[in-house]
Design a protein around this ligand. Structure first.
Ligand SMILES: NC(=O)c1ccc[n+]([C@@H]2O[C@H](COP(=O)([O-])OP(=O)(O)OC[C@H]3O[C@@H](n4cnc5c(N)ncnc54)[C@H](OP(=O)(O)O)[C@@H]3O)[C@@H](O)[C@H]2O)c1
Length: 337
């Protein structure tokens, strides 16, 4: 191993509202060594994801909070640099929840060997990774799109949203995306083939939905919640499906908003609104990855990545994601492949 220190980012304090850089701390520790049955992994790519904001709060959720002083949680793709496990050899490329650190020890149970024939390594953090799986199953299994349906997706240029929109197009749907800048809406239409895009920061969301969804909305893939979701619910069709994936507009609020209050639209339209966690579909990830890899090869499924260089940039990049600074799947390049 080339260096004798490990750099890690730990949680220094629990943020109130939007996180600050001072809530995180970069520390240097000894390079970890593998005990019997363990491996040491050198991180190459670290995925930054909105769920990390929830792990900063000490509240009951589907996953435990990061402890103060604990290494930040995060998905990593990396290389096995030391192995005392029969399941892995030095040089294997693996992925797993190894956290914000340059080197991590694992007993191997939370690791998977990456099938590099399916796509570049970074895509296992994005389109072929957790966000891509979220898009695939959240749209196809929860949203149940039919050809000709109008599908609306929020945070549409992000890691999940860009994949949702393109899969909906592959399924023969009309796709309308919402995003937070003109560059992002241009990208949705010109690079990803969305039928229409709405800049929710400058457009009137209600009238833009009316103009761009003349036949109403059959499927809504909700990444953001808040007033965008309110506006969509008022425009759903009979038997609409609302796939509740994320509520990023709410994650940094100090006081929760009082909503929803317009659920009568679910009654009169006999609509279904369903939340999900991507982990529900874990047994089918391989099937999805193979199908999506084929779409990538034929150019039907594209992806945009937003790469920041160096572990020390991770806190600032995660904070930026909460205000839309990222454009595409946000990744930290921790070291060279
Ligand atoms: N249910 C699951 O299992 C699961 C799994 C993965 C992700 N998710 C959820 O899926 C959503 C998207 O995740 P991602 O990884 O693809 O992130 P992402 O879209 O790549 O990045 C987050 C984006 O959210 C938008 N945003 C931030 N604050 C906003 C606000 N107040 N109102 C509206 N939009 C806002 C920003 O884009 P704009 O510039 O367009 O505003 C930002 O770029 C998140 O809510 C996440 O929690 C759920």
């Amino acid at each position: 191993m080339p260096e004798q220190i490990n750099r890690q980012i730990v949680l220094a304090s629990r943020p109130v509202g939007y996180p600050k850089e001072s809530d995180f701390k970069l520390i240097e520790t000894e390079l970890p060594r593998a005990d019997e049955g363990e491996v040491v992994v050198r991180a190459i790519w670290l995925s930054l994801d909105p769920y990390m904001r929830g792990r900063l709060n000490d509240v009951q959720s589907y996953a435990p909070a990061v402890e103060i002083g604990g290494v930040m949680v995060g998905g990593v793709a990396g290389e096995v640099v030391e192995s005392r496990s029969p399941a892995y050899k030095v040089g294997d490329i693996v992925q797993g929840p190894l956290g914000w650190q340059e080197y991590a020890v694992s007993d191997g149970r939370n690791l998977a060997i990456v099938d590099r024939s399916l796509g570049p390594l970074s895509t296992f953090m994005g389109v072929l990774g957790m966000p891509g799986m979220t898009a695939y199953f959240g749209l196809l299994d929860v949203g149940s799109p039919e050809p000709g349906d109008t599908v609306v997706v929020s945070a549409a240029s992000g890691a999940v949203g860009q994949v949702v929109g393109q899969i909906a197009r592959i399924m023969g749907c009309r796709v309308v995306g919402l995003a937070g800048s003109a560059q992002k809406t241009d990208f949705l239409i010109n690079d990803l083939g969305f039928d229409a895009a709405i800049n929710y920061r400058t457009d009137n969301v209600e009238s833009a939905l009316d103009a761009n969804c003349p036949d109403g909305i059959d499927v809504y893939f909700d990444n953001v919640g808040g007033y965008i979701t309110d506006a969509v619910l008022e425009r759903i069709n009979t038997f609409a499906r609302i796939s509740v994936c994320g509520q990023i507009s709410q994650y940094n609020l100090e006081e929760p908003e009082l909503a929803p209050r317009n659920l009568r639209f679910l009654i009169v339209n006999q609509a279904r609104m369903e939340g999900f966690l991507v982990t529900k579909f874990a047994a089918r990830f391989d099937e999805a990855r193979k199908r999506m890899s084929k779409w990538m090869a034929t150019g039907q499924l594209r992806y945009r990545e937003d790469v920041v260089d160096g572990l020390e940039k991770a806190p600032g990049a995660l904070i930026g994601m909460m205000t839309g600074e990222n454009f595409g799947k946000l990744l930290v390049k921790v070291s060279e492949e």
